[in-house]
Design a protein. Structure first.
Length: 359
């Protein structure tokens, strides 16, 4: 007897929402439609497909005619390839101590790319020309890794956004020192939505040389891209992408997702919504006794400290991360699919736990 095929059933509760990371969200329906539309028939592998060619046009509309995109699987891969292409073996990168390349990539930039990170403490995750100078020195000293690039994150790991002028000042200063500038844009859409600025305004026009263009945190199933804005600042990216195991054979499915996101206003709709939900969350819990905010809420992240025990009890219903256990600082992230009801339920649960903790 032939069995009748049945549709796959979900293994999880689709109504559940957490606040740990925007990576926890699923893929946006428009992205899934784009993957399905790219399926069927044959397309040349390894990037010689019509979708990757179209992606180049999309990227150039956002960043300028000189821009070139190299799709990869994930953000760590994009950062590693970007920095590896920008530096010689003896090169070093100046970044903040909270930069994702330093704290959350398991030393991949140093172990895989073979470079040195020179980290600088910052109160809000943002570098300045003066802070860059803390580690930008020692050129010609054979005993010191040579500081030849600056990497900034937009938005930062602390949820703050660089202004156009701040990035322009960093780029001008770095270039005056003979250094190039990389922008880790895993949440670049949230930054643009927050600033009310185009990507080009705070990248190409502000002097950035290479961008890691994010997608997964804003509704893609998987996929990011290295976007080269200054061809003279890099070398060997096609070879490095293969060497670093980031060359997709069926690249059309990565490119199709990026086209769905950046070829329409989906990137802006999704990021604006996530930002609005974070603003709603902050407003809902502001003034609650025992809660103190630690950073401005400029995009889709809220940082706060809580009394002892509150975070652990709250996590029994809503998952989120401790940011600094020593100070009881936590991070709450909102995503493209976070709803007002999600925010209200979380805020109510937090209010109950604070009242319980404070008697």
């Amino acid at each position: 007897m032939t069995e009748t095929p049945t549709s796959p059933q979900p293994l999880h509760d689709r109504s559940y929402r957490g606040f740990a990371s925007d990576n926890y969200a699923g893929a946006h329906p428009e992205v899934l439609e784009a993957i399905a539309a790219a399926n069927g028939g044959h397309q040349i592998a390894y990037g010689e497909d019509v979708y990757t060619a179209e992606l180049q046009m999309v990227v150039r509309r956002h960043f300028g005619e000189q821009a070139e995109a190299f799709p990869v699987f994930n953000g760590t891969g994009a950062n590693v390839i970007s920095l590896q292409s920008m530096l010689p073996r003896w090169g070093a990168v100046v970044c903040s101590t909270t930069a994702h390349i330093h704290t959350d990539e398991n030393a991949a930039p140093e172990r895989v790319a073979g470079l040195k990170l020179l980290t600088v403490p910052t109160p809000d995750g943002k570098l300045t020309p003066e802070l860059i100078d803390v580690e930008a020195w020692g050129w010609g000293d054979e005993h010191r890794a040579q500081p030849l690039a600056v990497s900034i994150t937009q938005t930062t790991e602390l949820g703050t956004a660089y202004t156009v002028d701040e990035i322009a000042a960093i780029s001008e200063h770095a270039h005056s020192l003979g250094m190039t500038v990389h922008l880790d844009g895993s949440r670049i859409s949230n930054a643009a939505a927050s600033l009310g600025a185009s990507f080009r305004e705070f990248t190409t026009d502000a002097g950035v040389d290479v961008v890691s263009l994010g997608g997964t945190k804003n509704g893609l199933l998987y996929g990011e891209a290295v976007v080269v804005l200054s061809p003279e600042a890099v070398t060997g990216i096609p070879f490095l992408r293969k060497l670093d195991m980031q060359l997709a054979s069926k690249m059309r499915f990565v490119s199709a997702q990026l086209i769905a996101l950046y070829g329409s206003d989906l990137w802006l709709r999704s990021a604006s919504h996530a930002n609005a939900m974070a603003a709603r969350l902050r407003a809902a819990v502001e003034g609650l006794p025992g809660l103190e905010f630690t950073q401005e809420t400029q995009a889709n992240a809220v940082f706060a400290t809580l009394p002892p025990g509150v975070a652990d009890r709250l996590r029994e219903s809503f998952r989120f991360y401790d940011w600094n256990p020593a100070t009881r600082e936590v991070r709450w992230m909102c995503a493209f699919d976070t709803t007002p009801d999600d925010i209200d339920a979380f805020a109510a649960a937090l209010r109950r736990e604070l009242e319980r903790a404070l008697g």
